[in-house]
Ligand binder design. Structure first.
Ligand SMILES: [Zn+2]
Length: 421
């Protein structure tokens, strides 16, 4: 298998004629890409003036999909699972393991692992990744510096959004150092304010501090909220109220929201309605939360998922992400949108089309990115994958993929199968 960035010169974008592939609907068509956009589809593609001199890319046997986006990753921790052990296997075990490991993790180490993860993300089709990055007195700004640097280095190949994941506490006198760090992280150019208020001694106050900071900086906000199956933990109503009060609707994300999935149905519906009304998108993270939550329950194990169906019914944007990629929070993770989509189908009971939307168009919406599609006039962020249909793509998750970002081939993975002996 070969898997490397495809060589093109920035600024010299040749036209591409993607020939013979099926679009999501299953009908065979050609797609002409000119100057970062889809210029023409089907019969019009070859007769379009922009097709003259276009590079022909034979994609017979492929399906073309709008490129996926990863709305919630932790690139600073990627690939640490074998070095940093989580003895208990739960959330607090993972947090404790990371705290003990910080002194042995340098900025170069973070950059190297994050670059490797982003390389895989590009090969698997992601056009954008939002990464939460630890920012606390133990690690200081070193992880932020690494990820901001990578974001800028890879500009044009993959969109990286850096979220300052503030440590706890962020409130009270003990939170002073973290609040100063947040100011410094914003100064350094992070894109989004983040944190985990449910772990703070004063969760409601923590939400207020973080929402106020995002508002002051003119940034979106994306919080880890209620990452527990304990139904008595519920901070979403306060978040909805604060987002509404500060006019952050459409720029706010509640990640995890696991305890929402443990509420009585009527209560879950009320909270889901508040989130939808406030313009808060929810990001569910099936693999990590199925791994971390529900331990210690040998029977009737609760699923670590939010109330996906009720949220969608109430009109909330629900996106799906991978969260941790092989670290103390989750030893697995192929860095693959089809892995997340597959889990949303089997564990979240979503239909295959809805599951793919959750890792593509709805993920983009949660991240504040412009929409894209396999339509004329759309920005050409395209994943081509060897499959006859979207259903087969999600189920089979072939490694044979071509990835186009803003009209440029950024990765092309070809598989050679040798038959016989
Ligand atoms: Zn997370």
């Amino acid at each position: 298998m070969s898997c490397q960035p495809y060589e093109t010169s920035p600024g010299q974008l040749g036209a591409l004629l993607l020939a013979g592939a099926a679009a999501g609907s299953g009908s065979a068509k050609d797609v002409l890409v000119v100057d970062r956009q889809i210029a023409a589809l089907g019969d019009r593609a070859r007769s379009h003036p922009g097709a003259r001199g276009a590079r022909l890319v034979d994609l017979e046997g492929f399906v073309l999909l709008e490129a996926p986006a990863e709305p919630h990753a932790h690139l600073d921790k990627a690939f640490l699972a074998e070095r940093v052990r989580n003895e208990s296997g739960d959330l607090l075990g993972a947090i404790a393991a990371m705290a003990a490991a910080y002194p042995s993790i340098s900025g170069d180490d973070i950059t190297m692992r994050a670059r490797r993860a982003l390389g895989k993300a590009m090969a698997r089709g992601y056009s954008a990744v939002r990464t939460h990055v630890d920012c606390n007195p133990l690690v200081g700004l070193s992880a932020i510096e690494s990820l901001v640097g990578l974001r800028d280095e890879l500009d044009g190949l993959i969109t990286v959004q850096v979220v300052a994941l503030m440590g706890r506490p962020i409130t009270g006198r003990d939170g002073e150092a973290s609040r100063r760090l947040l100011d410094a992280a914003l100064e350094r150019g992070v894109d989004v304010v983040g944190g985990a208020p449910a772990l703070d001694p004063a969760p409601s106050e923590a939400i207020k501090v973080l929402v106020a900071a995002a508002t002051g900086a003119g940034c979106p906000i994306d919080l880890h909220l209620d990452e527990t199956t304990d139904e008595t933990v519920m901070n979403l109503a306060v978040f909805a109220q604060e987002v509404d009060r500060h006019g952050l609707g459409g720029k706010a994300v509640a990640s995890h929201c696991v305890s929402l999935g443990q509420q009585e149905e009527r209560r879950a519906r009320e909270i889901a309605s508040l989130l939808a009304g406030a313009g808060i998108a929810v990001v569910t993270l099936p693999q990590t939360n199925l791994y971390l939550q529900g331990r210690g329950a040998p029977v009737r194990v609760p699923r670590g998922l939010t109330a996906i169906e009720i949220l969608r019914e109430q009109g909330a944007v629900v996106a799906g992400g991978g969260d941790n990629w092989r670290d103390p929070f989750n030893p697995l993770g192929r860095i693959d949108p089809f892995e997340t989509a597959s889990l949303l189908v089997s564990a979240g009971h979503m239909g295959i089309g809805d599951a793919y939307s959750a890792v593509s168009s709805l993920a983009r919406q949660a991240m504040g990115l412009a929409p894209c599609s396999i339509e004329e006039g759309s920005q050409a962020d395209i994943l081509g994958i060897k499959a006859a249909s979207l259903e087969e793509a999600v189920a089979d998750a072939s490694e044979e993929r071509i990835v186009i970002k803003a009209g440029r081939i950024v990765s092309w993975t070809q598989v050679v199968q040798v038959a016989g002996h």
